[in-house]
Design a protein around this ligand. Sequence first.
Ligand code: ZN
Length: 317
Amino acid sequence: MGKLITGIHHVTAIAGDAQKNLEFYAGILGTRLVKKTINFDGPDVYHLYYGDEMGRPGSIMTFFPYKGLQRGRHGKGMLNTTTFSVPLASLDYWLTRLKKFGIAHKEPEERFQNEVVVYFEDTDGLGIELVFNNKDARPGYSNGIIPAEQAIKGFYNVEIWEEGYERTAGLLTEQLDHVLIAEKGNRFRFAAQDTPGNYVDIICSPDSLRGLGGSGTVHHIAFSTPARAEQEDIRKKVLERQLNPTPVLDRKYFTSIYFREPGGVLFEIATAGPGFSVDESQEHLGEALQLPPQFEPKRSQLEQTLAPIGIDLANYL
Ligand code: ZN
């Protein structure tokens, strides 16, 4: 039997202002807005998806922006840092770019061998890193503003802080097809496949405060499963571990189940397809507000509630 989980699908976070969010991710980082839709569970806010050219699993960062929402707090029981992969030789380019746009960052540091990381935060305080490495064969996406040889290729890893790592590690390795591939100090790196975009680092941090939800915090992480049949099999395995998964929910671009892992982080299992070109062409991804059929009758009302957002990429060269 093939693997039921192939790696990371997406990371979803809570933001404050939608316009600032767009400027940070599409403008400064140069990822592509691949879908502008609404929160299917609360349609008065956007759901913005950024990724590579097609929004492939392993590159998709998504946000629910709630204007004026109080900031949350990073801490244990939370995914605190999402790390994007860039070429090793692009370090000077990115340090110059962060400075140009006034983004404060920590000094570059080596993590594992041939991995140099730079930590900074988005406009809401969400933890972001760039990892400079030569391990990533994906092409990267420039959004027309970043030179191709410097562009973000997708995620590299995520960082989850836990009281203790064993129970989460047990779930990852016994039910979710991950293996431990590296460890250093209190960092334990798991992956369903040993390629950039799929590394899940568990940080054992018993002394930190518990994380609190709010803007600038991650809502959930989704792992990728090939299709519905594998999703059903994973759901059974999660049920056997008594983690109470939701029924399969139709998210239009994939189907999903959700459950909370033992340390408190919300996990989702999402199918790899059908993907973001189900309702607009590849060329025009992210341009128009897309609604699932159940909200289409409310379109004009929703368009009045949601403040328009837009970006002139020429300002981000
Ligand atoms: Zn999700």
